[in-house]
Design a protein around this ligand. Structure first.
Ligand SMILES: CC(C)(COP(=O)(O)OP(=O)(O)OC[C@H]1O[C@@H](n2cnc3c(N)ncnc32)[C@H](O)[C@@H]1OP(=O)(O)O)[C@@H](O)C(=O)NCCC(=O)NCCS
Length: 237
């Protein structure tokens, strides 16, 4: 598969194992740069996905690694998650994430035609890409309740928030494509176009509301009244 730029987007295999480390490093440093939480992945886990044919990898025509995404299955294959989307910083904003997500979506549909496909994201760009593919925003209760999936969130800095909300809410927005009951991509795409500002605002408010209980009021040592301190922020990000 070729984008209009110079990328090759392939189903990953054994020949790509050496890229697992660089992929993991980029996932971690991108999350740090964004100041958001992320479920951490090990190079071994990424390698396993490659060996199983459950990952998509992108390269420039010169063979430079440019992006990645993989498939996870939950609830005995009833649900599929397309996770770990990453584009190398120098290749962003050129449509590569969109092309990778399209490829992994097609691979998921081919491998698991009956499965509901979902993703969790804090980013508007990913919400846009998902909407273009026919995903719609859903509550967490519509996602897999497989304990192993939620255990993956333990390595995210926002895990305490997720648990304080009894797994019903967190910073991420959940989006789902149900093959048996879904809007046409044109409809979800239009909906996102019409409401993207609203989604953005909604995410900001949601994040503020979720963080609020973690705010601690303390006396200003100079006696200038109370000031709020985001005491947990150092732990969160
Ligand atoms: C998020 C990320 C994958 C996007 O990669 P990318 O290659 O730059 O994305 P694309 O160029 O394919 O853009 C996809 C679409 O999102 C849109 N978009 C990008 N940023 C956006 C934003 N902040 N708000 C709304 N839409 C946005 C683009 O305009 C594009 O839409 P279009 O095709 O209609 O123009 C990349 O920035 C990244 O790797 N970030 C770090 C890791 C991460 O956040 N992963 C997602 C975890 S869920």
């Amino acid at each position: 598969m070729e984008t209009q730029q110079q990328f090759r987007i392939l189903v990953a295999d054994d020949s790509h194992l050496d890229f697992a480390q660089i992929i993991c490093d980029e996932m971690a440093s991108s999350a740090m740069a964004r100041g958001t939480g992320i479920a951490k992945r090990s190079p071994d886990y990424i390698k396993e996905k490659m060996k199983e044919g459950k990952a998509v990898i992108a390269f420039t025509s010169d063979g430079i690694w440019a992006g990645f995404c993989y498939i996870e299955t939950w609830s005995h294959g009833e649900y599929v998650a397309n996770s770990g989307l990453i584009v190398a910083p120098q290749f962003r904003k050129g449509g590569l994430a969109k092309a990778i997500k399209k490829k992994i979506f097609e691979l998921s549909r081919q491998k698991y035609p009956e499965a509901k496909i979902f993703g969790l994201t804090t980013g508007l760009a990913v919400m846009k890409i998902n909407s273009d593919l026919g995903y719609e925003p859903v509550t967490y209760s519509e996602l897999t309740q497989d304990e192993a999936f939620w255990a993956g969130c333990k390595s995210c800095v926002n895990y305490d928030i997720l648990m304080s909300k009894e797994r019903k809410n967190c910073f991420c927005t959940a989006m789902l494509y149900d093959p048996k009951d879904h809007y046409e991509p044109e409809e979800t795409k239009q909906d996102f176009q019409q409401h993207s500002k609203l989604y953005e605002r909604f995410m900001q408010i949601k994040q503020w509301k979720l963080l609020k209980p973690f705010l601690k009021k303390e006396k200003d040592p100079n006696g200038n009244g109370e000031r709020k301190r985001l005491f947990s922020l150092f732990n969160l990000f």
